[in-house]
Design a binder for this molecule. Structure first.
Ligand SMILES: Cc1ncc(COP(=O)(O)O)c(C=O)c1O
Length: 430
């Protein structure tokens, strides 16, 4: 028995399913999860010391590559002066100021420790601000695991749950909670217009992944985004951009900078902590000022604004802000996708690709899908075989066809060529 298998058996005795987050368990693709022992740049090594090229990069955060020496140094320096104080620090102000500079829609920002906390708190704030209960989310979008958001959710929910319209996608979520969540199809302008016409004065917030990455990668149409912005403004609802995945990943200013949309609130996570537990939500001052201690919407956290995570986040944002960072990252990601597409074409496999910045999607289908429904119709069996063939070749893809992939600045031409050659071999095995 290999070391990964030994660890997986051992893990399952004390950790449900052997993992601390469901998609890591390889349930969709089958097989034994790789237990990571270390990582550097674009690579990680498993328990058997086999090296893989990493194409999930911790599901997004590691945009400057694993164990970047400057980030490691910043974290070490911060750690020497203790890990947590439960009192404010100068670093938090610097990080808040930097976020506000990079995303001008954010006038004030509150730090939390996970994307789930960010979206959950942003929704509470939107409800407190508007005095309304209803929220709108879109099919296949994942916003973390708060009760009210576990309806037709993407990511692991899409992989494991039997999602039915407006029923919770998870056990333990009361129908009474999700009755306040309206779920609409992504990219469907008529559906959102109809709901606002009917119930616009009851809608507290619309929450959206502005580039969806939890049902594979799905881009919104400009008409869809402008309809959402227009309707939320007209009806006094709060537009929440969940940029936990896209923030500082698709562009320095996030998806909102590419789309020319100014949301009322934005949720951030992943890249902003450079791999440390760190996330945030922020936006218009008049909304943010409803938060405790100024206002009556309660939100708090023992480890919020943690100094070690702040140091990691500040250094990561410094590196991504250097000239040419996103041009290089986008160029490399496009090159990778073009290489995969060419390899699939040569093997005569129906295959489509898409990417934005350092985030990508590939689909066993003739065309890039534009909805949750279309993603579910792609060839999942082909994906599973491809996943395992690539794993054998030393390339680690997301172990689910319903997840986007992620590159880093450390994925240089040499690395891309290895991935593309591995894909050539793998497509031939399908
Ligand atoms: C768009 C989006 N929002 C929220 C979350 C939840 O973040 P976390 O896993 O840090 O709780 C995720 C996680 O993948 C995400 O992709």
């Amino acid at each position: 028995m290999g070391q990964n298998e030994v660890l997986f058996e051992r893990a399952q005795k004390t950790i449900p399913g052997g993992v601390n987050s469901p998609v890591r368990a390889f349930r969709q693709v089958g097989g034994v999860p790789r237990f990571v022992s270390r990582a550097k740049g674009p690579y990680f090594w498993d328990a058997e010391d086999k090296r893989y090229i990493d194409l999930i990069m911790s599901w997004g955060p590691m945009i400057v590559g694993h164990a970047h020496p400057e980030v490691v140094e910043a974290v070490q320096r911060a750690a020497e002066t203790s890990f947590s104080y439960g009192a404010p620090t100068k670093g938090e102000i610097e990080l808040a100021e930097r976020i506000c500079e990079l995303m001008p829609s954010i006038e004030q920002v509150r730090m939390v420790s996970s994307g789930t906390e960010a979206t959950m708190s942003a929704l509470r704030l939107a409800r407190g601000y508007t005095g309304r209960d209803l929220i709108i989310k879109f099919e296949g979008c994942y916003h973390g695991h708060a009760d009210s958001l576990l309806v037709k959710a993407g990511s692991g929910l899409l992989t494991f749950a039997d999602s039915t319209q407006n029923a919770p996608s998870s056990g333990g979520v009361p129908q009474d909670v999700v009755k306040h969540t309206l779920v609409l199809p992504y990219n469907d302008v008529a559906a959102i217009e109809e709901v606002f016409q009917r119930q616009g004065d009851q809608i507290a917030a619309v929450i959206i992944e502005p580039i969806a990455g939890n049902m594979n990668l799905i881009q919104p149409s400009p008409e869809f985004l402008s309809a959402i912005r227009h309707l939320t403004s007209k009806h006094g609802s709060v537009l929440i951009y969940d940029e936990v995945m896209t923030g500082f990943r698709v562009a320095l200013g996030g998806a909102q900078s590419l789309q020319g949309i100014t949301p009322d609130l934005t949720c951030l996570g992943k890249v902003m902590g450079g791999g440390m537990p760190m996330a945030a939500f922020g936006g218009k001052k008049d909304i943010m000022s409803k938060l405790a201690p100024l206002g009556n919407v309660y939100q708090a956290g023992t480890l919020s604004g943690n100094p070690v995570a702040v140091a990691s986040g500040l250094k990561t944002l410094e590196i991504v802000s250097r000239p040419g960072f996103y041009e290089c990252l986008s160029g490399q990601t496009e090159k990778l996708m073009a290489g995969l597409k060419q390899a699939a074409d040569e093997a005569k496999i129906p295959f489509a690709v898409d990417s934005v910045g350092g985030m990508f999607g590939f689909y066993f289908a003739d065309q890039v899908p534009t909805s949750f429904e279309a993603v579910t119709q792609t060839n999942i069996e082909a994906f599973k075989k491809f996943f395992h063939a690539m794993l054998d070749e030393g390339v680690y893809l997301a172990p689910s066809a319903y997840e986007a992939g992620f590159t880093s600045i450390a994925h240089d031409n040499e690395v891309l060529n290895v991935i593309i050659a591995a894909a050539g071999t793998s497509f031939k095995k399908l």
